[in-house]
Design a protein around this ligand. Sequence first.
Ligand SMILES: *Cc1c(COP(=O)(O)O)cnc(C)c1O
Length: 393
Amino acid sequence: MAGAEEIGQAVRTDRATIAEAAIAAPPEARAVLQIDLGALKANWATLNAASGSAECAAVVKANAYGLGIEEVVAALAREGAKTFFVATLQEALRVRAQVPGAIVYVLDGYLAGAGDYYAGFNIRPVLSSLGEIEDWSRFASTKGRRHPAAIHIDTGMNRLGLSAGEVDQLAARLDLLDPFYVAMLMSHLASADEADNPLNRTQLARFEALRRRLPERRASFANSGGIFLGPDYHFDLVRAGIAIYGGRAFVGAANPMRTVVRLIARILQVREAAPGETVGYGASYHLTRPSRLATIACGYADGFLRALSGDDAHPGPVGYIGEHPVPVVGRVSMDLITVDVTDVPEHLVHRGGFVEVIGDRVTLDDLTDRAGTIGYELLTRLGSRVHRVYVGG
Ligand SMILES: *Cc1c(COP(=O)(O)O)cnc(C)c1O
């Protein structure tokens, strides 16, 4: 059997990528999302090494950022990941089914009434307000064992987490913690993707001060960006998300992570068009030369953002056929995009062939910078309809 590393190498070249995905794709597949589990595991290992002595937990919320919670969790567990964070209880149950020994935290926290799921499947809520701690404490006191949970302290997001005032109230009512086990105190950075943002230090100072008001526990603070802010931010456990999936953790710096996702879409039709003709809805793109166009099977319903359209004033992103760039022309529609293949040797462009629209050369971050969004959003939108192929697992 080929090692994951070898397979990872094999799919790195574009030709191999396209050939392999095309072979693995059933004939009815129109667009194929190739997920390189070898690269995913290598990214986790890089982050784990960068985290020093802290444990590197994997954030697998939103179906592992859209890439498939079962496959992602199984691969990361084989690589050595032991702790997983999800958003919802349903996601937690999927992680539990995949890795019976995993430690699983639910960021939604404790939904009153769902206690038996947490207790029965050994899932840990992240408790984010005093009221939630009261509810969980009451539930936990009906159980024979001190079930673990985390406590989330807000240090600057104003999203989830105990305020400073609530931390003080909790410190005055520590008996609330008796019925359960506080496994971890955590907080979350608002601007970890901006290395120089002073809010990072401010939040760090707040976290250190607030956690000292409570009994000493393991602490967790850093997301992907936070890992690269340095050891002060690591504490006992880091929570890595986007960087595992190959997205950049920092704005404005080279991304050291390996590419995990490639999206290729099938050519449904090749056509000729004359100068002066327009392409697509709104007739927003005018051809300036005799052109050959390929219509490919991927649109915004597949997660390819409509903001990635090309018009006369704003050229679209490029895809690739082999080594040849093919610009997106005209608007992205629900099921289709059109690319200009005029400059590609004719024998490489044929109905049923594939165009790579996301990969090493056109990264998630390139596309989302252009579309005014972030890699996280594009990832979680991809793949509800496209066929998925996992390699390198
Ligand atoms: C999503 C999330 C993470 C992971 O963040 P990335 O930027 O994807 O690394 C970590 N912690 C919390 C609380 C989160 O919601």
